[in-house]
Design a protein. Structure first.
Length: 190
């Protein structure tokens, strides 16, 4: 008579495999996609005519298919974009070629000159994602630095350190994010 071979209990092996799978899922980190934190404006009302914007109030930023940057019709570099944007938005010397300012009474700040400047960003369909993100980062950093400077001047701390909603809203009203993005198209360029 043949001797029976003992069988391995596979039920406990499945339990161990399941526990190991759960352990690795819980302890490993998974990269999550992040995007640009920006609230999109509501869709425009087709019955309302777009307001006329003075040419001096528009800061044109173009990125061509070769990732070359043009700022207000002249070749530029990503390294100078932040500084150029800050000068444009703040217009510290009231240059007649830079944006106009309107005086507005802001709770927490009093009467403050707000720039009418708008940043117009346009890119080619062939623009690399990396260059697009670099330009977005520089434009956002310029606004953030202006907000930090004003916050330090008025409240003695950086904008990101403010906890009072009135102060935060005052800085946001004094230095608004005015970035207009056009739909990508074939701009071309060398």
């Amino acid at each position: 008579m043949k001797k029976k071979t003992p069988q391995i209990n596979a039920g406990s092996m499945a339990d161990i495999s399941f526990l190991m799978l759960i352990f690795f899922l819980v302890t490993s980190t998974m990269d999550t996609d992040t995007g640009i934190a920006r609230k999109l404006p509501p869709p425009p009302d087709p019955t309302v005519k777009a307001p006329d914007v003075n040419k001096r109030n528009v800061f044109n930023v173009l990125i061509n298919k070769n990732d070359r940057l043009m700022v207000d019709g002249r070749a530029s570099d990503i390294t100078s974009l932040r500084a150029d944007t800050k000068v444009f938005l703040s217009n510290p010397s009231d240059d007649p070629n830079l944006p106009e300012k309107r005086i507005q009474d802001i709770p927490g700040l009093g009467s403050y000159p707000i720039s009418k400047g708008i940043i117009s960003l346009k890119n080619d369909r062939g623009t690399s994602y990396d260059m697009y993100i670099q330009v977005q980062n520089e434009l956002t950093a310029a606004v953030n630095e202006l907000r930090d400077e004003l916050s330090r001047q008025k409240f003695g701390k950086r904008f990101t350190e403010l906890t009072d909603n009135t102060s935060i809203e005052a800085i946001q009203k004094a230095i608004p994010v005015s970035i207009s993005e056009a739909e990508p198209e074939n701009i071309g360029g060398n």
